[in-house]
Write a protein that binds this ligand. Sequence first.
Ligand code: ADP
Length: 400
Amino acid sequence: MSESCNQSCGTCSDDDCDERKENPVDFSEKPHELSKIKKVIGVVSGKGGVGKSLVTSLLAVTMNRRGYKTAILDADITGPSIPKAFGINTKAMSSELGLFPIASKTDIDIMSINLLLENETDPVIWRGPIIANTVKQFWTDVIWGDVDYMFIDMPPGTGDVPLTVFQSLPVDGIIIVTSPQELVSMIVSKAVKMAEVMDIPVIGVVENMSYFECPDCGKKHQIFGESHIEEVAKEHGIDLIAKMPIDTALAGACDKGMIELFDGTWLDHIADTLEMNGEKKMKIAVASDNGLVTGHFGHCESFMIFDVENNKIVKSEAVPNPGHKPGFLPVFLHDMGVNVIIAGGMGGGAVDIFNEKNIEVITGASGKAEDAATNYLQGMLKSTGSICHEHQHSDECGEE
Ligand code: ADP
């Protein structure tokens, strides 16, 4: 292992490294440096036309209505339907820094190949690797800014393109969309296996076009035959998180670009689950000396680790600093499941690795470690973004 090892084999060119051979190759891509994306949810389906884009759009609208900054990355390059559902006809702009998403009427940020093509009816006749690369660029080259929930409308199926996308983007969970007329069991089985291989949790399955409710008598008709989704979900050990009816108003809203006006509560349970997941799993690490936030991240005595549930600290423990060598601590904290790191100051190298690992960095904090964590949870602690430049010796504050 070389002196400068930062444990990121995917970006290292040292082919002779012994460690490298033991580690799996890391294909993950870094988001744009001006993007800070907290949760990434992939929406998948077995084939096109089952309502994957509609579910993606409705989820984004639902989370946006709950006050979260929401974005949609349209990775369905050969069948992009997100801009149309939101009534967006303008083209995306770029600067030397990157590409800008287009904000919908209710401020959901969107990037799609249709926002880049001269003529949106032009077919995209590209081979798989180019399609996968385009999706990667939507992650790396788009200036998303601060995003609480990003929904990815995935390419249909479980082939090469979705696989590459899952390897490259840090997807926190997937939602599988099916319709009753498909070979549901096989589709769900494939999606679940893909998620297992990629080590991504399955949030649950949505059955779209589940039934049609007669507007006159209120009777529900299973137009595509009897649904078996309950048994299929049980068989694969996943949750059935929504059943959506065939709704002509929904289809009309999509066609008219008015999806943001949709009226319905079908996806509220998913939104609750996403909120719960977001809060349940949170771990905050505060670089501390004697219970106080330390000025120098890398040289702290210990990390106070706070487990958070429903926005409240439920457990805290002090984990001694295992020692400071370049690039080591961010990986150590990531492996402990830490989502946020709070410190007085930090070196730019460490900040970069935390960002790469999707860990939020808060610098400029001081006072009691627990107060800093509580203030963060109450939205009262914002990062000053302070990077330690003032030290002559290179590794102070975790500087690489
Ligand atoms: P996919 O992304 O899976 O290819 P879409 O979301 O684009 O599928 O949906 C295909 C078409 O079916 C769209 O025109 C959409 O408006 C319509 N549609 C999808 N779900 C429903 C539904 N529950 N009720 C009515 N129309 C629907």
